[in-house]
Design a protein around this ligand. Structure first.
Ligand code: ADP
Ligand code: MG
Length: 229
């Protein structure tokens, strides 16, 4: 579904990602690694938020020249480690722009259903996504977008960083319910990955893939940390 070929990123002369070759097929893939190993940079490169060299193929098609918007339209969706605020713009505004063929009432109805699934107070649908939103509320807004956009690939970047355990559990359930064919789930926390039960685990360190494996990899990480790689 998604294939990275010699994917490299350099920023200010520093090599952040070094010739990554990874295939993410249908299923759930964990990407683990210590802080600063390049996990967020990898997510951004796939989404088109970060310049890179090498190639990314989505469903066999090279997407290197495609904008963020095009990649999103193709079905690539990112959940951010730090969800950006959108001052002056509400969920309703976003979906009115995206779904021009639908009546405002229909959009409101879809948003209300998705919000109650995501646990977001429906009063927030028309509220600008500004600094008054808590981390948990911002994550719920992202869930609403994910549920309505029905992406083919969800890239989830350390969503376990700023949410409580119950919210995390719910968010993980919703990612599974989204029916995305491929989930790339980034986390450095073994307990999160234990709960996720991914089909495969890729370990990044200093911008390189240092290990690929399955659940047994977690034992090594739990015992020796990332220093063991
Ligand atoms: P992770 O998500 O695994 O913690 P990141 O992808 O955020 O790692 O960062 C990897 C490395 O790249 C870090 O050393 C970080 O400081 C560096 N880095 C990331 N973005 C930038 C940037 N815009 N400018 C300079 N250095 C950056
Ligand atoms: Mg990160």
């Amino acid at each position: 579904m998604l294939r990275l070929e010699n994917l490299s990123v350099s920023i200010g002369g520093k090599r952040i990602l070094d010739k990554l070759n990874i295939s993410f097929g249908n299923g759930i893939h964990a990407v683990m690694g210590p802080n600063g190993s390049g996990k967020s940079t990898l997510a951004k490169a796939i989404m088109g938020l970060q310049e890179y060299s090498g190639s990314i193929y989505f469903e066999g098609k090279n997407i290197d020249k495609l904008s963020i918007e095009k990649r999103a339209q193709m079905g690539i969706f990112q959940l951010f480690q730090h969800t950006p605020h959108l001052p002056g713009i509400s969920l309703f505004d976003i979906f009115r722009t995206l779904m021009k063929d639908k009546k405002p009432m229909e959009i409101m109805d879809m948003l209300e259903k998705a919000s109650s699934k995501a646990g977001l107070n429906i009063a927030y649908i028309t509220k600008p996504i500004d600094k008054t939103w808590s981390g948990g509320e911002l994550k719920k807004a992202e869930m609403v977008q994910m549920l309505l956009l029905k992406p083919k690939i969800v890239i989830s970047d350390e969503i376990d960083a700023g949410v409580d355990v119950d919210s995390l559990k719910r968010i993980m359930e919703l990612i599974m319910e989204s029916k995305a064919e491929t989930v790339i789930f980034i986390s450095h926390i073994p307990a999160t990955i234990e709960r996720l039960k991914p089909d495969g685990i890729t370990v990044l360190k200093q911008g390189k893939v240092v290990a690929k494996g399955k659940m047994e990899m977690l034992e090594k990480i739990k015992k020796k940390g990332y220093e063991g790689f």
